[in-house]
Design a protein around this ligand. Structure first.
Ligand code: MOS
Length: 724
């Protein structure tokens, strides 16, 4: 009954995507659909005094203009990290309060999108302004204390006795995800049931959050999110427009669609907040890192407590016996910031791996040899073993493929004939290997069909392909009769698909479901021998179908964790488990060219070697790493929100001025996998890949820029003016 080798299975949804046949949320167009547009607040903080919607209402084709006075009874669904369902606890349009620039003050619904856009421009508001704080360094920014994330040994004493030290501060700007698929909501009422089509990484939080906000029974709210055109953390929970669109659909008695314009998303969706990292490191005379003190400030909004555990990953990169990590939130008047791909790990690795590089140079060591000499055999933070760790192999293999041995040690010593300075940089990354509870239902039919419903969201990372591979590798079924349903809480309870736990949660539960199916099949078959595939065997055994359910959770988690899953609440475990801690690892090697006159920085090649446990699918895994490296190049050299301190908000709120890399910026990227199963973590050996891919890229680039020029840039993005 065994299936086939599927590690090279082509991406299962590739053909439909290339043909344009994949239906994304905003493609949904129920009959009689009406179109909505939000009116954003032009004030960053204060109170609405009046809002005049008469001109908008008078426009032919306008069906309704909703303001806060139309939303009586609606309440906030709460904050995702605080027992609720939203990316922030503040729900716009529930009162006359304005807490951040760009939040919706009205929602126009019209027959067509152009009418809705025009009508939105006719809404006139007057405000009572209050002082506001735009940036971390602006007046009025106040401090929010967080508990220390790491405290082992005595970092102060060890620093005082160190032979070599570094004390430096690094800055990472605020960034915005900008997935290709905009955030959108289409809401449709059928009698008292509400159907929501929205691209989300967390259809469970939408279902339960909308129910809470509108005072409905969750069984009446149906959410579908089979595909996303990119999520990256921005779509990880209930958005601020969803309940507004649902109420608008009720008000006009028709389905309503809102696609939030990109310019508004900079002010209404979550983002990566700015952060400042002071890092003190000490090494002994033998080049062993003996101490680290990591203190960080991270921008926050006023409403919620978005934590800043940068030390969690920094303390896992090397064997450092004395490590203190502390962080504070700095409150500003923005929407709540949140998770953006490798939310803490990417900025932490930029800062920490830059500081480690500085320490290697201070100690007169090769940055690669220095890292290898400080590799960790077990976890100093918890005293537990790692479930698996192949970081040193990543470094050795990467160095070999990259040709690190041809590096000349002296910064500024490698030049092309035209004067271009050449630099080699290396940096490591780690990312927690988490597992979310997951439930799967599998049904194989005599009629040639197989139905598999489980937790998960497809945001392009390839989770459908991994799920399909896991199933086909073990069951002899007709792949053409297979339907995989994900992103639908009515089909199976849904977790937030984030934190790089998607594959490590989906594949083990599929494996368990297959075990259950095979046990049931063997019981049915008894002593009989039946030929053919499973569908044919079921026919011969005169059984219309076998259906099984399986549940999987992280090591050490209680059975009750499935209750959280069933309520749409986050429940992932890790990286600390009872018997071990678990991380994925990566090593990046980067070559940069700095042009002699223009000081333009190019990245002609990158080699990245990944330890993510079992690689479920080579194509999708490689794509994940390519995307992570490209994003790291963007973070190092392009991306930053340019905040206007006079009015709040981002000035560069579009893809013309919010710079991301284009194809011409990307050279050769070589990706290699260690591909060693981590069977301590889960039976499938999968650790996770999506976020570790970008961790350390920006540091490797900054380190290469130092090696090329002798200039250490500690502020991202690295710009031409840093190198003049
Ligand atoms: Mo990711 S930032 O955990 O969606």
């Amino acid at each position: 009954m065994s299936g086939t080798n599927v590690a090279n299975l082509p991406r299962v949804d590739a053909r439909d995507k290339v043909l344009g046949a994949t239906r994304f949320a905003a493609d949904m167009a129920p009959d009689r659909i009406a179109h909505a547009m939000t009116v954003p607040s032009s004030l960053p903080k204060g109170r609405l005094i009046s809002i005049d919607t008469a001109a908008a209402r008078a426009l032919p084709g306008v069906l309704a203009v909703l303001t806060h006075s139309d939303l009586a009874g609606v309440k906030s669904a709460g904050y995702l990290a605080g027992g609720g369902y939203g990316f922030q606890s503040h729900q716009p349009m529930l009162s006359d309060r304005i807490v951040h620039r760009g939040e919706a003050i009205a929602l126009v619904v019209a027959e067509t999108l152009p009418i809705a856009i025009h009508a939105a421009s006719l809404v006139v508001a007057t405000y009572e302004a209050e002082p506001f704080t735009a940036m971390m360094d602006s007046p009025g920014a106040d401090v929010q204390a967080f508990p220390s994330s790491v405290s082992i040994g005595d970092a102060g004493a060890a620093l005082a006795g160190a032979a070599y030290t570094v004390d430096a501060e690094y800055f990472h700007p605020a960034q915005h995800q900008n997935p290709m698929e905009l955030i959108s909501t289409t809401a449709e009422w059928r009698n008292s049931d509400l159907f929501i089509y929205e691209g989300t990484q967390n259809s469970g939080s939408l279902k339960f959050g909308v129910a809470r906000a509108l005072g409905m029974d969750p069984s009446q709210v149906h959410v579908s999110s089979p595909y996303l055109g990119g999520g990256f953390g921005q779509k990880n929970s209930l958005q601020s427009q969803t309940v507004l669109v649902a109420r608008a659909a009720l008000a006009v008695g028709r389905p309503v669609k809102l696609v939030v314009p990109r310019a508004q998303l900079f002010h209404t969706a979550s983002f990566r907040p700015a952060s400042r990292h002071r890092i003190r490191l000490g090494a002994d005379a033998d080049g062993r890192i003996v101490a680290a003190h990591y203190s960080a400030d991270q921008q926050n909004g006023r409403q919620d407590a978005f934590n800043a555990p940068f030390g969690e990953i920094a303390a896992r990169l090397y064997a450092i016996a004395n490590f203190t990590a502390e962080a504070r939130g700095i409150r500003t008047d923005t929407q709540s910031p949140g998770f953006m791909r490798a939310p803490f790990e990417h900025p932490a690795a930029f800062a920490f791996e830059s500081a480690v590089d500085e320490l290697a140079y201070a100690a007169g060591r090769d940055p690669l040899a220095f890292r290898l000499a400080n590799d960790a055999a077990s976890d100093h933070v918890t005293g537990r073993p790692f479930s698996s760790r192949h970081l040193a192999e990543c470094l050795r293999i990467g160095a070999e493929r990259f040709g690190w041995a041809t590096r000349q040690p002296e910064p500024g010593s490698m030049r092309a004939p035209d004067g271009t300075q050449i630099g080699f940089g290396v940096a490591c990354g780690a990312y927690k290997a988490s597992i979310s509870p997951a439930i799967a239902r599998l049904r194989v039919g005599a009629n040639g069909t197989t139905r598999l419903s489980l937790s998960g969201h497809e945001m392009g990372q390839g989770i459908r392909t991994a799920i399909t591979a896991a199933l086909l590798s073990r069951l002899d079924i007709d792949p053409n009769g297979l339907t995989v349903t994900i992103g639908d809480p009515d089909a199976a309870p849904q977790h937030v698909t984030a934190g790089s736990w998607g594959t490590a949660s989906a594949v083990p539960v599929v494996d368990l479901a297959v075990d259950r199916f095979l046990a049931a099949f063997d019981e049915l078959r008894g002593e009989r021998t039946v030929g053919g595939n499973l569908h044919q065997a079921l026919q011969r055994l005169r059984r219309p179908y076998i259906e099984v359910e399986a549940r999987h959770r992280a090591p050490g988690q209680p059975e009750a964790i499935f209750d959280r899953l069933r309520q749409g609440l986050p429940g992932a475990g890790g990286p600390d488990y009872p018997d071990f801690v678990s991380f994925s690892y990566i090593a990046h090697f980067v070559e940069v060219h700095v042009e002699a006159v223009t000081r333009r920085i190019r990245v002609p090649r990158v080699v990245s070697v990944v330890d993510c446990g079992t690689v479920m699918n080579r194509w999708t895994a490689r794509s994940q790493v390519l995307g992570g490296v490209v994003w790291g190049i963007g973070a190092a050299l392009r991306e930053a929100a340019e905040i206007d301190p006079r009015y709040g908000g981002a000035l560069n709120n579009d893809l013309a001025e919010y710079l991301v890399p284009v194809n011409a910026d990307i050279g050769d990227i070589q990706v290699e996998f260690i591909d060693q199963p981590d069977t301590r973590l889960n039976r499938s050996g999968v650790k996770g890949l999506g976020e570790v891919a970008m961790v350390g890229v920006a540091a490797a680039i900054a380190n290469a820029v130092f090696h090329a020029t002798g200039i250490r840039v500690r502020d991202l993005p690295i710009r031409i003016e840093h190198l003049l």
